[in-house]
Design a protein around this ligand. Structure first.
Ligand code: 13P
Length: 245
C-alpha cells in the first residue's frame, strides 16, 4: 500500500485547515494511506474530522523528551493524545534553517519509536553534493546516524527528498528517484537484514505535482510521496491522492 503524505509546513490557520479537510473528505477515493501533517496548532481542530476515515494525522516535528522545562517544544505524549500517528523527522528545512544535527534527529527518531509514533525520516543531498558525486555518501551518513541505537527497524518510513528538488519545480526523475530508493534500501539491508529492509516504505518528495505523481507511483521502489506546496490546494491534493496507478 502506497503512502501520500502532505507536509503543509508553516501554512494554514485552523480555519483554513478545517475548510481544507471538509473539502477533501468526500473526494478522497483511494485505498492508499493518506497522512496530513498540518502545523501543530491545526492538529486539535481537525483530528475529530478524520476519525473513521482513512486519513491519518502526522506532525511536522516532535521533541525527544516526554515533559519538562523545554520552552516551545511538543512531546510525543502530547501528539499521541491528539491521535497523531506519524511524525516528520529531520526535514531538510529543520536541518538547514533550525540547525538540527544528526544527533538531535537520532534522539527524536528514537523518541517516536519509544512512544509508538511512526517517524518519517527525511534524508536528501544538496545540488552541490550531487554534482560532486557525494550523494550516496551523504544519504548513507544521514541514514545511519539517524538510525543509530534503534534495534528493530520496524514502524519507520524513509522519505528521500533531494534538497534541490524541494520547492524548486524541478523534481528528480522517477528513474533516478527509484535508483536512489534502491540504494537507500541496500543501506538499510546492510544495517538490519534484507527481509526487514524490504518492509520499510521509502517515499519520494520534491516538487511532486498531480501531473508527475503517477510516474513516481508507478515505480516499484517508490512506496509513496511526500508532498509540499501541491498539498495545500485541495483539488491538487485530491488528484495526487486518487491518481492511477
Ligand atoms: P515541495 O513539494 O513543495 O517541493 O516540498 C517538498 C517537501 O519539502 C515535503 O516535505
Amino acid at each position: 500500500m502506497k503512502y501520500i503524505v502532505a507536509n503543509w509546513k508553516m501554512h494554514k490557520t485552523q480555519k483554513q485547515s478545517l475548510a481544507f479537510v471538509k473539502q477533501i473528505l468526500p473526494r478522497i477515493k483511494t485505498k492508499r494511506t493518506i497522512v496530513l501533517c498540518p502545523p501543530y496548532t491545526d492538529i486539535c481542530p481537525i483530528a475529530p474530522l478524520l476519525k473513521k476515515t482513512n486519513i491519518r494525522l502526522g506532525a511536522q516535528d516532535v521533541f525527544y523528551e516526554t515533559r519538562g522545562a523545554f520552552t516551545g517544544e511538543i512531546s510525543p505524549l502530547m501528539l499521541k493524545e491528539l491521535n497523531v500517528k506519524y511524525v516528520l523527522i529531520g526535514h531538510s528545512e529543520r536541518r538547514s534553517i533550525l540547525h538540527e544535527n544528526n544527533r538531535l534527529i537520532n534522539q527524536k527518531l528514537r523518541a517516536c519509536l519509544k512512544h509508538s509514533l511512526t517517524p518519517i525520516l527525511c534524508i536528501g543531498e544538496t545540488g552541490l553534493q550531487r554534482r560532486l558525486g557525494q550523494a550516496s555518501h551523504v544519504l548513507r551518513n544521514q541514514l545511519l546516524t539517524a538510525l543509530k541505537g534503534t534495534h528493530k527497524l520496524k514502524n519507520i518510513i524513509i522519505a528521500y527528498e533531494p534538497l534541490w528538488a524541494i520547492g524548486s519545480h524541478t523534481p528528480d526523475t522517477p528513474e533516478n528517484a527509484e535508483k536512489t530508493n534502491e540504494f537507500i534500501r541496500s543501506v538499510l539491508a546492510k544495517s538490519s537484514s534484507a527481509a526487514t529492509a524490504k518492509k520499510i516504505p521509502i517515499l519520494y518528495g520534491g516538487s511532486v505535482t498531480p501531473r508527475n505523481a503517477p510516474s513516481f507511483l508507478k515505480k516499484a521502489a517508490i512506496d509513496g510521496l511526500l508532498v509540499g506546496h501541491e498539498s495545500l490546494l485541495p483539488g491538487h491534493f485530491v488528484k495526487i491522492a486518487n491518481c492511477a496507478p
